[in-house]
Design a protein around this ligand. Structure first.
Ligand SMILES: [Zn+2]
Length: 193
């Protein structure tokens, strides 16, 4: 397969190297800003083609994803497969975190592919799978663009990833870049933290 996601992420500025303050409070030497990729539909089209290639011949009726990146990927994969898409949004009350609101997305027995952009802890994927359990459908595939957990996440269902990416996260005390005196940057801004 000729498609290299990591190179694509670098080319569109989504993968940067430096000294970053993560939202967890930890420090890292790499940062992924997925919206640099998601804002380029032609690049997203190529990424989704590669995900379809990875899917093999598995029959799918609906491609489902969580807001925000997941629904863009779900819509593009569904467009290429010629099937329907379904969008898992934040639930409006109730016991579940996410729900397929607005319309009846599913028909009984639909084979569903669940997709998302970046898997870190698997939270939004789990919420999407939980929301699916309210519907009379069959889970046929789970796939992410980037797996930052290096295959270590247990979703209770086998999943595939277009690429795995080990992004280090150090406590400030043990950060080698702090030790070298490299200026810390808060991603999403051009300011120093
Ligand atoms: Zn640091």
């Amino acid at each position: 397969m000729g498609f290299e996601l990591e190179r694509t992420l670098e080319e569109c500025g989504a993968l940067t190297e430096g000294h970053f303050l993560l939202s967890s409070g930890k420090h890292s030497d790499r940062y992924v800003e997925k919206f640099h990729l998601l804002r380029k539909p032609a690049v997203l089209q190529d990424v989704c083609s590669a995900m379809i290639e990875k899917l093999g011949g598995t029959r799918i009726d609906v491609v489902a994803g969580p807001t925000t990146g997941g629904i863009l990927i779900a819509a593009e994969i569904a467009r290429q497969l010629g099937v329907r898409a379904a969008y898992a949004e934040r639930a409006d009350g109730g016991s579940l975190a996410r729900a397929f609101r607005r319309v009846d997305y599913f028909e009984p027995g639909d084979r569903v592919m669940v997709v998302d952009d970046i898997l870190t802890t698997g939270g939004s994927l789990r919420e999407t799978m939980d929301a699916l359990s309210n519907h009379d459908v069959e889970l046929a595939s789970v796939m992410v663009m980037v797996d930052r957990s290096m295959g270590r996440t247990d979703l209770g269902f086998p999943y595939q990833a277009l690429t795995q990416m080990d992004v280090p996260a150090w406590d400030p005390d043990g950060c080698p870049l702090c030790e070298q005196g490299v200026a810390l940057v808060k991603p999403g801004t051009t300011q120093q933290a």
